[in-house]
Design a protein around this ligand. Structure first.
Ligand SMILES: Cc1cc2nc3c(=O)[nH]c(=O)nc-3n(C[C@H](O)[C@H](O)[C@H](O)COP(=O)(O)OP(=O)(O)OC[C@H]3O[C@@H](n4cnc5c(N)ncnc54)[C@H](O)[C@@H]3O)c2cc1C
Ligand code: FES
Length: 316
Protein backbone atom coordinates (compact mmCIF):
# COMPACT_ATOMS: atom_id res chain seq x y z
CA UNK A 1 0.00 0.00 0.00
CA UNK A 2 1.24 3.48 -0.72
CA UNK A 3 2.38 5.76 2.08
CA UNK A 4 -0.12 7.87 3.98
CA UNK A 5 -0.17 11.42 2.73
CA UNK A 6 0.47 14.44 4.86
CA UNK A 7 1.44 17.91 3.83
CA UNK A 8 4.45 19.89 4.88
CA UNK A 9 3.25 22.97 2.97
CA UNK A 10 0.61 24.00 5.43
CA UNK A 11 0.03 27.63 6.21
CA UNK A 12 -2.57 30.29 6.86
CA UNK A 13 -4.27 31.58 3.73
CA UNK A 14 -7.13 33.88 2.78
CA UNK A 15 -9.73 32.13 0.64
CA UNK A 16 -12.50 33.85 -1.27
CA UNK A 17 -15.99 32.39 -1.19
CA UNK A 18 -17.13 31.38 -4.70
CA UNK A 19 -20.55 30.14 -3.65
CA UNK A 20 -22.47 28.95 -0.60
CA UNK A 21 -25.60 27.02 -1.42
CA UNK A 22 -28.20 25.37 0.81
CA UNK A 23 -28.86 21.77 -0.29
CA UNK A 24 -30.99 20.46 2.56
CA UNK A 25 -32.65 21.51 5.78
CA UNK A 26 -29.30 21.81 7.61
CA UNK A 27 -26.80 21.13 4.79
CA UNK A 28 -24.80 23.56 2.66
CA UNK A 29 -22.15 23.37 -0.03
CA UNK A 30 -19.44 26.03 0.20
CA UNK A 31 -16.81 26.57 -2.49
CA UNK A 32 -13.61 28.37 -1.53
CA UNK A 33 -11.18 29.82 -4.03
CA UNK A 34 -7.46 29.95 -3.24
CA UNK A 35 -4.91 31.90 -5.22
CA UNK A 36 -1.14 32.43 -4.89
CA UNK A 37 0.53 30.36 -2.15
CA UNK A 38 -2.87 29.10 -0.97
CA UNK A 39 -3.58 27.64 -4.41
CA UNK A 40 -0.22 25.87 -4.33
CA UNK A 41 -0.70 24.57 -0.77
CA UNK A 42 -4.18 23.18 -1.37
CA UNK A 43 -3.67 21.75 -4.86
CA UNK A 44 -2.33 18.51 -3.35
CA UNK A 45 -4.90 18.33 -0.54
CA UNK A 46 -5.51 14.61 0.07
CA UNK A 47 -8.87 12.99 0.88
CA UNK A 48 -9.06 12.72 4.67
CA UNK A 49 -6.96 15.80 5.37
CA UNK A 50 -8.71 18.84 6.80
CA UNK A 51 -8.50 22.62 7.10
CA UNK A 52 -9.37 24.96 9.97
CA UNK A 53 -11.63 27.91 9.20
CA UNK A 54 -11.84 31.10 11.24
CA UNK A 55 -15.51 32.03 11.47
CA UNK A 56 -15.19 34.38 14.47
CA UNK A 57 -15.83 37.51 12.40
CA UNK A 58 -18.65 36.06 10.30
CA UNK A 59 -22.12 37.48 10.94
CA UNK A 60 -24.99 35.51 12.42
CA UNK A 61 -28.06 34.98 10.25
CA UNK A 62 -31.22 36.88 11.16
CA UNK A 63 -33.11 35.59 14.23
CA UNK A 64 -35.83 33.96 12.13
CA UNK A 65 -33.24 32.01 10.12
CA UNK A 66 -31.76 30.44 13.28
CA UNK A 67 -33.11 26.94 13.99
CA UNK A 68 -34.97 26.82 17.31
CA UNK A 69 -32.57 24.32 18.90
CA UNK A 70 -29.63 26.69 18.24
CA UNK A 71 -31.16 29.90 19.64
CA UNK A 72 -29.17 29.65 22.89
CA UNK A 73 -25.90 28.49 21.31
CA UNK A 74 -25.99 30.99 18.43
CA UNK A 75 -24.59 33.94 20.39
CA UNK A 76 -21.62 31.97 21.77
CA UNK A 77 -18.27 33.59 20.92
CA UNK A 78 -16.24 31.64 18.37
CA UNK A 79 -12.85 31.45 20.04
CA UNK A 80 -11.44 28.53 18.07
CA UNK A 81 -11.16 27.73 14.39
CA UNK A 82 -13.31 24.84 13.21
CA UNK A 83 -12.05 21.77 11.30
CA UNK A 84 -13.58 20.74 7.95
CA UNK A 85 -12.73 18.18 5.29
CA UNK A 86 -13.24 18.88 1.60
CA UNK A 87 -15.47 16.91 -0.75
CA UNK A 88 -13.53 17.96 -3.83
CA UNK A 89 -10.50 19.98 -4.89
CA UNK A 90 -10.15 21.28 -8.44
CA UNK A 91 -7.90 23.71 -10.25
CA UNK A 92 -8.49 26.30 -12.92
CA UNK A 93 -5.47 28.16 -14.26
CA UNK A 94 -3.60 29.37 -11.16
CA UNK A 95 -6.54 28.98 -8.74
CA UNK A 96 -7.46 26.05 -6.51
CA UNK A 97 -11.10 25.49 -5.58
CA UNK A 98 -12.07 23.50 -2.48
CA UNK A 99 -15.60 22.35 -1.88
CA UNK A 100 -17.00 21.83 1.62
CA UNK A 101 -20.19 20.06 2.59
CA UNK A 102 -21.26 21.23 6.01
CA UNK A 103 -24.04 20.70 8.48
CA UNK A 104 -25.37 23.52 10.67
CA UNK A 105 -24.57 22.18 14.13
CA UNK A 106 -23.71 25.18 16.32
CA UNK A 107 -22.56 28.82 16.36
CA UNK A 108 -19.72 28.53 13.83
CA UNK A 109 -21.56 26.53 11.19
CA UNK A 110 -24.57 28.79 11.71
CA UNK A 111 -22.38 31.79 10.86
CA UNK A 112 -21.00 29.93 7.85
CA UNK A 113 -24.46 30.04 6.27
CA UNK A 114 -24.18 33.82 5.88
CA UNK A 115 -20.99 33.68 3.81
CA UNK A 116 -21.59 34.81 0.26
CA UNK A 117 -19.61 35.11 -2.97
CA UNK A 118 -16.67 37.50 -2.58
CA UNK A 119 -16.37 37.14 1.22
CA UNK A 120 -12.95 36.33 2.59
CA UNK A 121 -12.23 33.47 5.05
CA UNK A 122 -8.98 32.68 6.86
CA UNK A 123 -8.06 29.02 6.38
CA UNK A 124 -5.21 27.02 7.94
CA UNK A 125 -4.19 23.86 6.13
CA UNK A 126 -3.77 21.35 4.69
CA UNK A 127 -3.72 19.59 8.08
CA UNK A 128 -3.42 15.98 9.21
CA UNK A 129 -2.88 12.89 7.16
CA UNK A 130 -5.08 11.50 4.42
CA UNK A 131 -6.37 8.06 3.50
CA UNK A 132 -3.71 5.97 1.84
CA UNK A 133 -4.68 4.89 -1.63
CA UNK A 134 -3.97 1.22 -2.23
CA UNK A 135 -2.10 -0.06 -5.21
CA UNK A 136 -2.78 -3.74 -4.49
CA UNK A 137 -6.53 -3.93 -3.73
CA UNK A 138 -9.37 -5.03 -5.99
CA UNK A 139 -12.24 -3.42 -4.12
CA UNK A 140 -12.63 -0.39 -1.84
CA UNK A 141 -15.67 -0.11 0.42
CA UNK A 142 -16.46 3.43 1.60
CA UNK A 143 -18.63 3.42 4.71
CA UNK A 144 -20.08 6.71 5.96
CA UNK A 145 -22.48 7.68 8.70
CA UNK A 146 -24.18 11.07 9.01
CA UNK A 147 -21.67 13.87 8.34
CA UNK A 148 -18.86 11.41 7.59
CA UNK A 149 -19.56 11.82 3.89
CA UNK A 150 -17.19 14.68 2.82
CA UNK A 151 -13.76 13.00 2.91
CA UNK A 152 -15.14 9.80 1.39
CA UNK A 153 -16.70 11.70 -1.53
CA UNK A 154 -13.29 13.19 -2.18
CA UNK A 155 -11.71 9.74 -1.89
CA UNK A 156 -14.32 8.33 -4.30
CA UNK A 157 -13.17 10.83 -6.90
CA UNK A 158 -9.50 9.98 -6.39
CA UNK A 159 -10.09 6.22 -6.48
CA UNK A 160 -12.05 6.45 -9.73
CA UNK A 161 -9.63 8.86 -11.40
CA UNK A 162 -7.97 7.45 -14.53
CA UNK A 163 -4.93 6.05 -12.78
CA UNK A 164 -6.87 3.84 -10.36
CA UNK A 165 -10.21 3.36 -12.15
CA UNK A 166 -9.26 0.28 -14.08
CA UNK A 167 -7.72 -1.37 -11.06
CA UNK A 168 -10.20 -0.96 -8.25
CA UNK A 169 -13.95 -1.33 -7.85
CA UNK A 170 -15.52 1.09 -5.37
CA UNK A 171 -18.80 0.68 -3.47
CA UNK A 172 -20.21 3.35 -1.13
CA UNK A 173 -22.37 2.68 1.92
CA UNK A 174 -24.09 5.71 3.50
CA UNK A 175 -26.17 5.63 6.65
CA UNK A 176 -27.97 8.11 8.89
CA UNK A 177 -30.59 8.08 11.61
CA UNK A 178 -33.26 9.32 9.25
CA UNK A 179 -33.66 10.52 5.64
CA UNK A 180 -33.35 14.23 6.50
CA UNK A 181 -29.92 13.55 8.05
CA UNK A 182 -28.50 12.17 4.80
CA UNK A 183 -26.34 15.01 3.43
CA UNK A 184 -27.14 14.45 -0.24
CA UNK A 185 -28.88 16.69 -2.71
CA UNK A 186 -31.30 14.37 -4.39
CA UNK A 187 -32.19 10.83 -5.14
CA UNK A 188 -31.84 9.07 -8.47
CA UNK A 189 -34.85 7.56 -10.25
CA UNK A 190 -36.11 4.07 -9.44
CA UNK A 191 -34.28 2.37 -12.31
CA UNK A 192 -30.93 3.78 -11.20
CA UNK A 193 -31.71 2.74 -7.64
CA UNK A 194 -32.56 -0.81 -8.73
CA UNK A 195 -29.22 -0.90 -10.51
CA UNK A 196 -27.61 0.00 -7.20
CA UNK A 197 -26.91 3.70 -7.82
CA UNK A 198 -28.87 5.31 -4.98
CA UNK A 199 -26.74 8.40 -4.36
CA UNK A 200 -26.11 10.88 -7.21
CA UNK A 201 -22.95 12.23 -5.58
CA UNK A 202 -21.33 8.77 -5.83
CA UNK A 203 -23.12 7.77 -9.07
CA UNK A 204 -21.37 10.63 -10.89
CA UNK A 205 -18.13 8.71 -10.38
CA UNK A 206 -19.82 5.50 -11.60
CA UNK A 207 -19.90 4.13 -8.05
CA UNK A 208 -22.56 1.76 -6.78
CA UNK A 209 -24.03 3.05 -3.51
CA UNK A 210 -26.28 1.75 -0.78
CA UNK A 211 -28.32 3.77 1.68
CA UNK A 212 -29.55 2.82 5.12
CA UNK A 213 -31.51 4.70 7.75
CA UNK A 214 -32.12 3.62 11.35
CA UNK A 215 -35.85 4.40 10.99
CA UNK A 216 -36.27 3.01 7.46
CA UNK A 217 -37.28 6.39 5.98
CA UNK A 218 -34.82 5.86 3.08
CA UNK A 219 -32.99 2.81 1.79
CA UNK A 220 -32.38 -0.24 3.95
CA UNK A 221 -34.13 -0.17 7.36
CA UNK A 222 -31.31 -0.60 9.84
CA UNK A 223 -27.64 0.17 10.32
CA UNK A 224 -25.32 0.73 7.37
CA UNK A 225 -22.85 -1.62 9.05
CA UNK A 226 -25.41 -4.43 8.57
CA UNK A 227 -25.34 -3.69 4.81
CA UNK A 228 -21.55 -3.80 4.89
CA UNK A 229 -21.51 -7.14 6.73
CA UNK A 230 -24.10 -8.59 4.35
CA UNK A 231 -22.15 -7.46 1.30
CA UNK A 232 -18.92 -8.89 2.66
CA UNK A 233 -20.74 -12.15 3.37
CA UNK A 234 -21.70 -12.39 -0.32
CA UNK A 235 -18.22 -11.55 -1.63
CA UNK A 236 -15.90 -14.28 -2.79
CA UNK A 237 -12.88 -11.95 -2.86
CA UNK A 238 -9.94 -12.74 -0.61
CA UNK A 239 -9.62 -10.46 2.44
CA UNK A 240 -6.30 -9.09 1.23
CA UNK A 241 -7.99 -7.79 -1.95
CA UNK A 242 -10.40 -5.60 0.04
CA UNK A 243 -9.91 -2.26 1.80
CA UNK A 244 -12.47 -0.43 3.91
CA UNK A 245 -12.48 3.33 4.49
CA UNK A 246 -14.83 4.81 7.04
CA UNK A 247 -15.84 8.17 8.50
CA UNK A 248 -18.75 8.96 10.79
CA UNK A 249 -19.92 8.59 14.38
CA UNK A 250 -17.48 6.72 16.61
CA UNK A 251 -19.98 3.99 17.44
CA UNK A 252 -20.26 3.21 13.73
CA UNK A 253 -16.47 3.31 13.26
CA UNK A 254 -16.11 0.83 16.13
CA UNK A 255 -18.52 -1.56 14.42
CA UNK A 256 -16.77 -1.17 11.06
CA UNK A 257 -13.42 -1.84 12.77
CA UNK A 258 -14.87 -4.98 14.40
CA UNK A 259 -16.20 -6.28 11.06
CA UNK A 260 -12.84 -5.60 9.40
CA UNK A 261 -10.96 -7.32 12.23
CA UNK A 262 -13.19 -10.42 12.11
CA UNK A 263 -12.60 -10.74 8.38
CA UNK A 264 -8.95 -9.67 8.51
CA UNK A 265 -9.56 -6.78 6.09
CA UNK A 266 -7.43 -3.62 5.99
CA UNK A 267 -9.46 -0.71 7.29
CA UNK A 268 -8.76 3.01 7.71
CA UNK A 269 -11.00 5.12 9.93
CA UNK A 270 -11.19 8.90 10.09
CA UNK A 271 -11.61 9.88 13.74
CA UNK A 272 -13.39 13.01 14.95
CA UNK A 273 -12.28 14.98 17.96
CA UNK A 274 -12.92 18.52 19.13
CA UNK A 275 -9.86 20.43 18.04
CA UNK A 276 -8.14 23.60 19.21
CA UNK A 277 -4.69 24.20 17.71
CA UNK A 278 -4.99 21.65 14.86
CA UNK A 279 -1.23 21.11 14.76
CA UNK A 280 -0.44 18.77 17.65
CA UNK A 281 0.43 21.34 20.34
CA UNK A 282 -2.53 21.62 22.71
CA UNK A 283 -3.17 17.87 23.20
CA UNK A 284 -6.93 18.38 23.13
CA UNK A 285 -7.68 15.79 20.47
CA UNK A 286 -6.17 12.62 21.92
CA UNK A 287 -7.02 9.21 20.45
CA UNK A 288 -6.03 6.15 22.48
CA UNK A 289 -4.07 3.74 20.30
CA UNK A 290 -2.45 0.32 20.68
CA UNK A 291 1.32 0.35 20.68
CA UNK A 292 2.57 -1.89 17.85
CA UNK A 293 -0.27 -4.38 18.24
CA UNK A 294 0.53 -4.95 21.96
CA UNK A 295 -1.74 -4.36 24.95
CA UNK A 296 0.16 -1.18 25.79
CA UNK A 297 -1.50 2.03 24.70
CA UNK A 298 -0.40 5.53 23.76
CA UNK A 299 -2.27 8.71 23.03
CA UNK A 300 -1.94 10.02 19.50
CA UNK A 301 -3.14 13.42 18.35
CA UNK A 302 -6.09 13.25 15.98
CA UNK A 303 -5.09 16.51 14.27
CA UNK A 304 -1.47 15.57 13.63
CA UNK A 305 -1.16 11.76 13.69
CA UNK A 306 -4.67 11.43 12.19
CA UNK A 307 -7.44 12.04 11.58
CA UNK A 308 -7.02 8.82 9.57
CA UNK A 309 -5.86 5.79 11.57
CA UNK A 310 -5.51 2.09 10.86
CA UNK A 311 -8.60 0.68 12.57
CA UNK A 312 -6.48 -2.02 14.25
CA UNK A 313 -4.59 0.56 16.29
CA UNK A 314 -7.54 2.54 17.68
CA UNK A 315 -9.00 1.68 21.09
CA UNK A 316 -12.73 2.35 20.64
C1 LIG B 1 -11.17 16.32 10.88
C2 LIG B 1 -12.56 16.88 10.93
C3 LIG B 1 -13.24 17.10 9.73
C4 LIG B 1 -14.56 17.60 9.76
N1 LIG B 1 -15.21 17.80 8.56
C5 LIG B 1 -16.47 18.28 8.57
C6 LIG B 1 -17.16 18.50 7.35
O1 LIG B 1 -16.64 18.24 6.26
N2 LIG B 1 -18.43 18.99 7.41
C7 LIG B 1 -19.03 19.27 8.62
O2 LIG B 1 -20.20 19.72 8.62
N3 LIG B 1 -18.40 19.08 9.78
C8 LIG B 1 -17.14 18.59 9.78
N4 LIG B 1 -16.49 18.40 10.99
C9 LIG B 1 -17.17 18.76 12.23
C10 LIG B 1 -17.13 20.27 12.40
O3 LIG B 1 -15.82 20.66 12.70
C11 LIG B 1 -18.07 20.68 13.53
O4 LIG B 1 -19.39 20.39 13.16
C12 LIG B 1 -17.95 22.16 13.79
O5 LIG B 1 -16.75 22.43 14.44
C13 LIG B 1 -19.10 22.61 14.65
O6 LIG B 1 -18.88 23.94 15.06
P1 LIG B 1 -20.10 24.79 15.60
O7 LIG B 1 -19.57 25.96 16.32
O8 LIG B 1 -21.09 25.04 14.50
O9 LIG B 1 -20.84 23.81 16.61
P2 LIG B 1 -20.33 23.38 18.09
O10 LIG B 1 -21.22 24.02 19.09
O11 LIG B 1 -18.87 23.55 18.22
O12 LIG B 1 -20.68 21.82 17.98
C14 LIG B 1 -22.00 21.39 17.72
C15 LIG B 1 -22.17 19.98 18.22
O13 LIG B 1 -21.28 19.10 17.52
C16 LIG B 1 -20.38 18.46 18.43
N5 LIG B 1 -19.04 18.50 17.79
C17 LIG B 1 -18.45 19.57 17.23
N6 LIG B 1 -17.24 19.27 16.75
C18 LIG B 1 -17.07 17.97 17.02
C19 LIG B 1 -16.00 17.07 16.78
N7 LIG B 1 -14.88 17.44 16.15
N8 LIG B 1 -16.15 15.79 17.21
C20 LIG B 1 -17.26 15.39 17.84
N9 LIG B 1 -18.31 16.20 18.08
C21 LIG B 1 -18.22 17.46 17.69
C22 LIG B 1 -20.43 19.29 19.69
O14 LIG B 1 -20.17 18.50 20.86
C23 LIG B 1 -21.84 19.82 19.71
O15 LIG B 1 -22.73 18.88 20.24
C24 LIG B 1 -15.19 17.88 10.99
C25 LIG B 1 -14.50 17.65 12.19
C26 LIG B 1 -13.21 17.15 12.16
C27 LIG B 1 -12.49 16.90 13.45
S1 FES C 1 -6.02 20.11 18.23
FE1 FES C 1 -4.28 20.69 19.42
S2 FES C 1 -3.18 18.84 19.59
FE2 FES C 1 -4.80 18.35 18.22
Amino acid sequence: MSERCSSSDKGMFEAIVSSNRQIGQRFYRLILEFSGDGAIAFVNFQPGQFAELDLSGTALPSAEAIPEDLHDAAERKILLRRPFSFTDVTTNRDKTFAELLYCVAGPATLRMTTLSAGDSVSVIGPLGNGFSVPDDKKIALLVTGGMGVPPLLHLAKVLTADLHATMIEVIAFAGAKTETELPFEGRLDEISQQLGFSIPEFAMYGIESLLATDDGSAGYHGFITDCLAERLGQSDLASEDIVIYSCGPEVMLAKVAEIAKDKNIDCQVSMERRMACGIGLCQSCAVECRLNGSNETVYKMCCKDGPVFDSREVIF
